[in-house]
Ligand binder design. Structure first.
Ligand code: SF4
Length: 128
């Protein structure tokens, strides 16, 4: 049975509202997208929705107790909760460097979790 619904394209800051008619993951009609990327976005949303994920990881003996981290590529949306559960269990040793791989091949997806900033060791940071 065909369904018509609205989706907001998050590919660029325009944020077009797109009317989408689909039957399961088969796209039948799109309207409201300003460019072709909107149609591509809708197709991906129907077949393999993904999002960039940003969160924090505990740091042992860091200047701050948490370091911000992010996925190196958009992550499969249905598995984000599972990913956050895994990341919450991690505790890494300071110092942390910007771009350091915190979790390699997260949940077997081939996507890494990396630090988005450095986090010095508390003693080294306080001795400067
Ligand atoms: S449809 Fe095109 S212009 Fe509109 S939000 Fe998506 S990428 Fe941007």
């Amino acid at each position: 049975m065909a369904i018509t619904e609205e989706m907001i394209c998050i590919t660029c800051p325009m944020g077009c509202t797109i009317q989408v008619t689909h039957e399961g993951d088969t796209l039948l009609h799109v309207d409201g997208n300003t460019c072709k990327r909107g149609q591509d976005y809708v197709q991906r949303e129907l077949t393999d929705p993904r999002r960039m994920v940003a969160t924090t990881v505990k740091v042992k003996e860091g200047l701050h107790p948490l370091v911000p981290v992010y996925t190196t590529a958009p992550f499969p949306k249905p598995r984000i909760f599972e990913l956050l559960t895994e990341v919450r269990k991690l505790e890494i040793e300071a110092p942390v460097t910007k771009g350091q791989v915190i979790l390699n091949n997260a949940l077997g997806t081939g996507i890494n979790i990396v630090a988005s900033r450095e986090m010095p060791h508390i003693q080294i940071a306080n001795s400067k």
